[in-house]
Every structure is written in C-alpha cells, then in structure tokens.
Design a protein around this ligand. Structure first.
Ligand SMILES: *Cc1c(COP(=O)(O)O)cnc(C)c1O
Length: 384
C-alpha cells in the first residue's frame, strides 16, 4: 500500500457526510412533554424554521400520528408546507409572525390562523373578515415582558374600547411568550404569568389561553393553561440548560476524514496560522465547515469524536473543512473514515456550548445543508 493511513475500502463514491434524523425520538419527546401537562391542556408543536432544521415534511406527519393537532410556524410559506405535509388531515396551523406574506384569502383558504401581534394586524384581519362576510380565526398575542411581539397594556386598553372590532374574528387563543423560562428561578417567570392573567382580565374575553414554550412546561401546571407550544424539547434540546436533559437527541451528524498527516512541533494549522503545535501531532482534515452549518466559533473549544475518542478541533473552521488533532486516537484513524460531530458522544447542546451559541442555532444552521436520512417512522402507531 502506497500510504500507511489510507483505507483500502475508503468508499470514495459515498457521501462526505451523514445527517440522520430519528423520528421515533421526536415522537417520544413529544409524548413525554404531553404527559407532563395538566388535564385538558393541548400540546401543540412548534415547527417553525422547517421543524428546527429537521424537515417539517417528515416531522409533521409523525407528530400527527402521535396525536398532535396544533402546529405553529413563523411564516405563511411554512404554514403552506405544513398543510402539504398534513395531506388533508385535519389540524390547526398557526402563523406566529402574523398575517403577512400571502394574500389574506390564501391564508384563509389554507386554514392558516395568524397570530395578531399589533392593533394594525387586528384591524387588517378583522377588515378582511368583514369584507368577506365570514368570521376568521385568529390568535391574539399579548406582550407580557419580552418587548418583542404582541399587544402592550396600552394596546389592550385601546382594543377594549373598540371591542366591536373583534366581532368578525373567531379568537382561538390569547397567547403570550416567556422570556426566561429556561431559568426556572428567574423572577421574570412569575412576573410574566401575573401580567398575562392581568391583561386577560382587562381584555375580558372568554378565551382559551397559551403561554408556555418547552421550558415553560417545566415551570409547572400554573403555566400550562389550555395549550402549550414546545419547540426545542421536541427536537432534543435541553429545555432547562442547568438541569440534566430529560429529552432524547433526535439527530446525528458525521463527516468523512479526507486526509491524515503528521506535523512537527512549531508548525501551524489552518488560516491565519494562529494555531501553533507545541508538540508533534497527527492531524485529520474533516469534510465539514461553516458552509455546512458548523459555525466558525466552533474553533477554539470544539471537539469531534473518532472511534468514540475525543479529538480537539485545531485552527480555524474553513468553509468546508476542519482539522482535528487525532494524536491520541487508538487505533489510529484512517483516511476515508468518519468523525462524529453530533451523536452518541456529543449532543447538539454540547456542540452549541463549544461554539458559544445555543442548540437552536446549531440545528437550524445545519438544517437545510444536508440530505436528511430519516428513520423511526410510525413509532407512535407502534406504541399504541
Ligand atoms: C419559538 C417559539 C416557541 C417554542 O419555543 P421553544 O423554546 O423552542 O420551546 C413557542 N412560542 C413562540 C411564540 C415561539 O416563537
């Protein structure tokens, strides 16, 4: 053999990376959350950003089989994609960013229910309903401290003095969103809960209510109301980062080792030559970079696993390459072999921590970049 590190069965013709999605674990996570709810609370699923990068077309039908009947997206187009994934099956699809991005008629025809975040949204959607002579479903979003979207206390007072505006609307939920639910002891949580109840009282509408995201579910039944809206926990991200993760990881990502080389003490690795070897090292160049959704901030603290052994990423993250120090790995890795980025040894949250970000950003940035390999379809049918 010409090279001591090449693998005679390197599989040159095979893919350079493998992104797997375990749909059974998505369903398990959903069912786990559902079991935590007080009686009568519906468990919706947030599937915005293409189901946090896992692919709404595959995730939505599985959650439907797990009896999920409420789906949240951010944008109208994604709502249409969820409708398509549902293939005519009956479920509620809500659009968080409001009645934007499609003609109101198209939203209505596809039964996409907008969250109305401003008085302007309410006027617009109520006007459309009145003109068509048909009540239109909607969610009213109240701001209770995020200062992001939703009616302020002043807006609520103004709406209250103009309640006829709501006559043409069928208000399915009044919702709000928690800013700090992932920190269970944060005083903002009870503050927002109190504000929510106050604003609801002021509005004085008989309405179903929704407040909690994934982390909000873990704050206890006071936060559950009529519907919860988990996203991250369904996809295996730890909803309360300071506690052990009760959720199961739902994705795995592996990338191929393209080259193994020996470098001597004092040599540098990668762009900028800012990583200098302090001893001789065996280096593996791996086919994954920032264009593959691996953030540049992954350099400096990131690791990959080869043969189940931890290997530090050295030097900068390139567009489609990283380099790992594999000096300690036994048996020695070979060219054409695999490095684990996410999987058994490293969770999405671990990878996120190394890249100084959150699991959400990792999942959504990996999302569209790979051909997804799905397994575990039909899990919820099997458990029933
Ligand atoms: C994204 C989002 C959620 C889901 O949040 P997670 O932290 O992923 O559970 C719920 N509600 C709103 C309004 C959101 O924007």
């Amino acid at each position: 053999m010409l090279s001591p590190t090449s693998n005679p069965v390197a599989g040159y013709a095979e893919a350079l990376s493998r992104f797997e999605v375990y749909l059974d674990r998505v369903c398990r996570n959903y069912l786990y959350l559902q079991k935590k709810l007080k009686k009568g609370t519906d468990c919706a699923a947030v599937v915005k950003a293409d189901a946090y990068g896992l692919g709404a077309a595959a995730v939505v039908p599985e959650l439907y089989k797990a009896n999920c009947r409420h789906f949240y997206v951010a944008k109208a187009d994604d709502g249409l994609a969820v409708r398509a994934a549902l293939k005519g099956q009956d479920a509620h699809v809500y659009v968080l960013n409001g009645p934007y991005g499609a003609a109101p008629k198209e939203l209505a025809q596809n039964h996409l229910i907008p969250a109305l975040n401003t008085l302007g949204d309410i006027e617009y959607w109520a006007g459309f309903a009145r003109d068509g002579g048909q009540r239109q479903p909607a969610i009213i979003h109240l701001d209770t401290g995020m200062n992001r979207l939703g009616l302020s206390a002043v807006d609520v007072t103004r709406l209250k003095s103009n309640l006829t505006l709501l006559k043409s609307l069928d208000i399915r939920y009044v919702m709000s969103h928690l800013a700090c639910a992932d920190e269970p002891e944060h005083p903002k949580n009870p503050e927002q809960l109190k504000k929510f109840v106050e604003l609801i009282g002021q509005l004085g509408l008989p309405c179903r209510l929704s407040l909690a995201n994934s982390a909000g579910i873990f704050l206890g039944s006071d936060y559950h109301f009529d519907q919860v809206r988990p996203g991250c926990a369904i996809y295996g991200i730890n909803p309360q980062i300071s506690l052990p993760n009760p959720m199961q990881g739902t994705v795995a990502l592996k990338a191929r080792i393209l080259q193994i080389r020996d470098a001597v003490c004092g040599e540098t690795v990668g762009y900028g030559a800012n990583y200098k070897l302090s001893s001789p090292a065996k280096l593996a160049s791996i086919s994954a970079g920032y264009a593959d959704g691996l953030l540049r901030s992954f350099a400096g603290g990131g690791v990959v696993y080869i043969n189940g052994q931890k290997c530090p990423v050295v030097g900068r993250v390139s567009m489609e390459l990283i380099v790992a120090d594999v000096t300690q790995v036994t048996p020695s890795p070979h060219e054409g072999g695999w490095a684990e980025l996410i999987g058994e040894h490293q969770s999405v949250d671990d990878l996120a921590a190394a890249a100084k970000t959150i699991g959400y950003e990792i999942l959504t940035s990996l999302g569209g970049k790979y051909k997804r390999i799905y397994s575990g379809q039909g899990y919820s049918c099997a458990v029933r």
